[in-house]
Ligand binder design. Structure first.
Ligand SMILES: [Zn+2]
Length: 237
């Protein structure tokens, strides 16, 4: 069993460490499926079958160049197992069914849903330039997108709660439409007719920006408000 491979931490985004330190090509060397965000929180990334797409703040879907710089990302090599076909269920209820199937909140696992979605709500962040604002300020410039009756793929990860701050605890999913005209960080969804696949992951491997002076010199010892900021910016509930 393979681990989830992560580049950067959520704490880095909260602490305004938004430089890109890994390219899309380098990230895809660790797997063919994933999610993430660009340097300066430049949109929402989704990697499917070894191809990386960005949903930018305008809501446009762009295939990203090999050298596209990434500030945070999760990637793994897909080896999904079919779970179940679901019809007319909210993402919230489906998440409960998935956790029942996995049987624990203490594993990392990947989720992939393909099919027809009755409604999907997403957001995409706007790229910031240095000096970078915090995640709270970035959240205010993001845009929200809605789409009804859309075919596409939702992919993402479940992270055990003890890793909040390292990643986003709980489910963190991104969406891409089959037509490549809609997507982003998933805030909510209702599924019409969707096949759900799951893949357990053995743990977490983290790659840090070892050549970045800002990261090296940052004081990252105060964790007192970290979880609140992440929860406010990332949570779907
Ligand atoms: Zn996201």
């Amino acid at each position: 069993m393979k681990p989830l491979v992560q580049f950067g931490t959520m704490q880095m985004l909260v602490e305004r460490l938004l430089d890109g330190f890994v390219s899309a090509k380098e990230m895809l060397e660790s797997g063919n499926t994933g999610i993430g965000t660009g340097a300066g929180v430049d949109g929402e990334l989704i990697m499917l079958d070894g191809v990386a797409y960005q949903v930018d703040v305008q809501g446009h879907v762009n295939r990203v160049a090999d050298d596209f710089p990434i500030a945070f990302g999760d990637v793994h090599q897909a080896d999904f197992k079919p779970f179940k076909h679901f019809e007319n269920i909210t993402l919230e209820d489906l998440s409960k069914e998935i956790l029942k199937e996995v049987g624990t909140k203490n594993y990392f696992f990947a989720v992939k849903m393909t099919g027809e979605f009755a409604a999907v709500e997403t957001r995409a962040a706007a790229k910031s330039e240095k000096p970078y604002p915090g995640l709270g300020a970035i959240a205010k410039t993001q845009r929200i997108f809605d789409r009804n009756d859309v075919k596409g793929t939702m992919v993402g990860y479940f992270t055990p709660h003890v890793y909040e701050g390292v990643g986003v605890a709980g489910f963190h999913q991104h969406f891409l439409s089959d037509e490549l005209d809609f997507g982003g960080h998933v805030l909510g969804a209702t599924l019409k007719s969707v096949d759900v696949e799951l893949q357990l992951l053995s743990g977490l491997t983290i790659n840090l920006p070892m050549d970045n002076e800002d990261y090296k010199n940052a004081d990252l010892t105060d964790l007192s408000t970290l979880n609140d900021v992440i929860h406010a910016a990332e949570s779907a509930d």
